[in-house]
Design a protein around this ligand. Sequence first.
Ligand code: FAD
Length: 407
Amino acid sequence: MTPIGRSTDGGTTAQRTVLISGASIAGPALAYWLHRSGYAVTVVEKAGALRDGGYPVDVRGTATEVVRRMGILPRLREAHLDVRRCTFLDADGGEVASLSPRAVAGGAEGQDLEVRRGELAAILYALVRDDVEFLFGDSVDTLDQSGHGVDVTFRSGLRRTFGLVIGADGMHSHTRHSVFGPAERFHHYLGYCFAIFTMPNTFGLSGEVTVWNTPGRAAALHAVGEGEELHALLSFHRPQPPVEALRDPGARRDLIATVFAGAGWEVPGIVDAMGEADDVFFDTAGQIRMPHWSSGRVALVGDAAYAPSFLTGQGTSLALVGAYMLARALAAGRDHTAAFTAYERGLRGFVAMNQALVGNGAATLFPTTARDLERRNAMLRGLVTMPSATARPAHSALALPGFPPVR
Ligand SMILES: Cc1cc2nc3c(=O)[nH]c(=O)nc-3n(C[C@H](O)[C@H](O)[C@H](O)COP(=O)(O)OP(=O)(O)OC[C@H]3O[C@@H](n4cnc5c(N)ncnc54)[C@H](O)[C@@H]3O)c2cc1C
């Protein structure tokens, strides 16, 4: 299908053209809803193809309603990873507590979904690829806002003009950097670094998560299915972000080897496996907090605007709900300034509640002192004997409003 209003001469561009930067979760979800509202959508993705990999992600509460309205709930139910057990270990690998993952994270039994991140991205992409233009292996170089649109120069040299540009380019958003300023203004470091990668399942684990802790250090193995690879996580406390390790894989390897030297259980083998892995995702745990999510004709969605950090388990859900709320505001036919204001008004409270979950996540997964770890272990032992937990109110705090009919 030819997108509506696309300029072919590189000159004037209809107002209802949108460039989305980033094709992971927020980008394709937004593309779906904007296309449905009659926008001509182009998505540019820095990677040469859709990016696979990542730890399994959660779709919960209000976000489940978003995917239901997109018609992909049955597919996601099929892709759902049924994790039955979460076992916490002490320094020597002795069991502290073994309980339902929902007791730890506060999910809603039978409703919440946990899926491979790459699979969710692929399902969203499949939904829009015939209706939306994708430019893989390219990215925005410069953005120049004028009265009638945004003049965009791509790294490939391509030049185009769009009515709106939306940054869905994640935690380290280039769009945010170009339009709103350096990351330091908005990035709140939470004191942890983490590396995620896949490794062979030599432990015979299946449908379970195993978490090892000593003060300030954690290793976790997430076994999605029998015989399948394990998703491994190594996380550690660091008062300041390790700038060198974020830039240089060699420095990252050295830092992790030093931090986990002398660790018990299977940790030495996990550290070695990281050295062999070709899909290491290393980052700091942090949140993006911004006073505004738009400037002129440019707005942000998902992690680029309000990353809650993996400690909350809500990054993907916020991206899906945020995409819906932004598209809904634009679909209502208001001018973009009013639409961006409505988007923020409708979503800010929900984002704030979910970002506030970070305290719970850090205290449960990564206690940094021996005292906090002992307190956490006592809490987990208590949970074993308690009735299963109910969903956290923050997950469903937004009652999803209707989507305006297509005009
Ligand atoms: C490969 C990968 C693995 C991940 N693994 C985990 C994980 O294990 N645990 C976890 O909690 N979260 C993980 N995340 C982040 C998680 O997907 C997000 O927190 C959440 O789903 C919100 O999604 P998002 O679309 O807002 O941002 P993201 O998922 O971060 O997606 C941003 C997209 O923008 C693209 N991009 C970045 N810069 C540019 C640019 N300049 N121009 C064009 N495109 C650009 C990226 O390649 C990416 O596809 C991962 C993300 C990726 C991309």
